[in-house]
Design a protein around this ligand. Structure first.
Ligand code: MF3
Ligand code: CO
Ligand code: CO
Length: 264
């Protein structure tokens, strides 16, 4: 049984892992262009992690309870892919939107973050979905402090998503993280204020809402990983990792290239 509260030493190591995840996203940003394949993006990220950062790509061969091992070093989720898209040899097209989700292991600790990328010129409706999803992540983060409840986070995200005309994916959630990729607690992106686990200083978890332009329902493709919207509508996701403090939170996955926080 692992405790939910991290030590000061754990938190210091998670700061390093988190910053490296953010810096990896910064590094890959200029390469996300029409014509580039997601396999090339995976290869570049893999080389940067191993050769430059001296980090381990956590997704590679990750195999939670009986799942087929994940075959690549990052996740690239394009257009109607909600999450866990597997890099492949298809070139990106003008107008695509894509989530890149990276998780590095440094000194035994995990840093997990993801962002949306617009490929070339993207339609106003797709850009709006990416923007509202980013706002939802930050509205959730803003609820975090010792004494708040997980349901406060979920409610803030769900309210903004649904009032903007989008649906929130329910089958995947944020998660505790540390020496393990996925730990307790589960951080739902929907809920009711005042419900769920009460937050305490030293807890570390991710907030990573997935919003669909259409209905929330999903399907997992035959590769066992790729999660797509059932109605083929566009989906977006952003992810940060943070530590709860007495007065609020510290986001651990910030880096110079991260878009500025959205303040309600
Ligand atoms: N990085 C994802 C998350 O935010 C998990 C990806 S699991 C993988 O939790 F195996 F697909 F990499
Ligand atoms: Co995560
Ligand atoms: Co992630």
């Amino acid at each position: 049984m692992t405790t939910l509260i991290k030590t000061a030493d754990d938190i210091e190591k998670m700061r390093i892992a988190g910053r490296l995840a953010g810096e990896l996203l910064d590094y890959i940003t200029p390469f996300v262009q029409p014509g580039v394949t997601t396999e090339e993006i995976d290869r570049l990220c893999h080389r940067y992690m191993v050769d430059v950062q001296h980090t381990i790509p956590a997704p590679l061969n990750y195999a939670p309870d009986g799942m087929t091992p994940y075959p690549k070093s990052i996740c690239t989720s394009l257009n109607n892919v909600i999450c866990h898209g597997i890099p492949n040899d298809k070139p990106l097209k003008n107008g695509d939107i894509m989530n890149i989700d990276v998780t590095v292991i440094k000194d035994g600790y995990h840093g997990d973050s993801s962002r949306m990328f617009c490929v070339g010129e993207v339609s106003a409706h797709a850009r709006r979905l990416c923007k509202i999803t980013h706002e939802c992540m930050w509205l959730g983060i803003a609820k975090v402090k010792a004494g708040a409840h997980l349901g406060d986070i979920g409610y803030a995200i769900q309210r903004h998503a649904e009032s903007s005309g989008y649906s929130v994916v329910q089958e995947f959630c944020g998660h505790g993280i540390g020496k393990n990729f996925h730990e307790e607690p589960q951080v739902l992106h929907y809920g009711r204020p005042g419900t769920g686990l009460k937050l305490e200083a030293g807890m570390i978890f991710t907030i990573e809402p997935m919003l669909n332009q259409g209905k929330r329902h999903l399907r997992v493709q035959s590769d066992g990983w790729t999660v797509v919207t059932k109605d083929r509508s566009l989906s977006a996701q952003w992810e940060h990792m943070l530590v709860v403090t007495d007065t609020g939170y510290e986001v651990l996955t910030l880096s110079p290239g991260a878009p500025p926080p959205f303040k309600g």
